[in-house]
Design a protein around this ligand. Structure first.
Ligand code: CTP
Ligand code: CA
Length: 225
């Protein structure tokens, strides 16, 4: 299972990776967002390129420099991320959803800045659901035999939650992280278990995000037709 130096085992393949976190605007100066740094997605893009793939990286608000030899498509919101992923996925061999997609967005966008008023409590923010991109791609693969990978950060019974989520999403692989102190958000290192729809369970020890990325590609390569 362990890999040595980079093998060009993704040569001739097109892979799509989403990274970062979506921002859902409330008004011209405010948004709902999350703490995803984008580092895991960028590690996936870099390692896939090193293994010979043509890589499209859909980057949501990462602020990270573009990796060499990778097509980067910047996006802001979940709706924009969906459009960009679906477009790039039409001829992709694999799609890896490492981005943290906001589950909800404000129902209304205020074209002007929301102002506070004296002696008046603020209006509640009404939210609506965003599309579930991973579930959509998994259910309706833009290309037959395409390998679809999701990421999930879980607490409590991490593996049971991961299994349930894998089944609900319908993807081939789900990378499950336990969130907690020093883990995941903004960190350089990561620890995970990769669950397969075939029942497989691949633990990845605490280490650089590159190592987890390489393991994801190892598991993807085996599933490519
Ligand atoms: N995802 C997606 N579209 C969404 C939400 C999530 O494509 N609207 C993808 C993420 O990119 C990730 C996977 O689904 O690869 C799991 O995300 P997660 O937030 O853990 O799943 P949810 O179904 O939103 O479940 P939860 O209620 O636990 O947030
Ligand atoms: Ca979610």
């Amino acid at each position: 299972l362990a890999r040595g130096a980079t093998e060009p085992d993704l040569t001739g393949r097109h892979v799509v990776v989403s990274a970062g976190g979506t921002r859902e605007p409330l008004d011209p100066v405010r948004f709902l967002g999350n703490r995803s740094s984008g580092k895991q997605g960028y590690a996936l893009a870099r390692t896939a390129a090193a293994r010979g793939a043509r890589v499209t990286l859909i980057a949501a608000n990462t602020g990270l420099p573009d990796p060499a030899g990778v097509d980067v498509v910047p996006v802001g919101t979940a709706v924009q991320l969906r459009e960009a992923v679906l477009k790039a996925a039409s001829d992709a061999d694999a799609v890896v959803m490492a981005a943290a997609v906001a589950d909800f967005r404000p129902a209304a966008y205020a074209a002007g800045k929301i102002k506070k008023k004296d002696d008046q409590e603020p209006e509640p923010i009404v939210l609506v659901r965003n599309p579930d991109i991973l579930a959509e791609i998994s259910a309706d693969r833009p290309r037959p035999g395409q390998v679809v990978v999701g990421f999930a950060a879980e607490t409590d019974d991490v593996l049971a939650n991961g299994r349930t989520k894998l089944a609900r999403k319908g993807c081939d692989l789900l990378v499950v992280n336990e969130v907690g102190e020093r883990k995941t958000f903004g960190a350089e290192e990561n620890e995970a278990v990769v669950l397969g729809a075939d029942g497989s369970e691949t633990p990845v020890p605490y280490g650089p995000k590159e190592a987890l990325a390489e393991m994801v590609w190892d598991l993807v390569v085996r599933r490519l037709v």
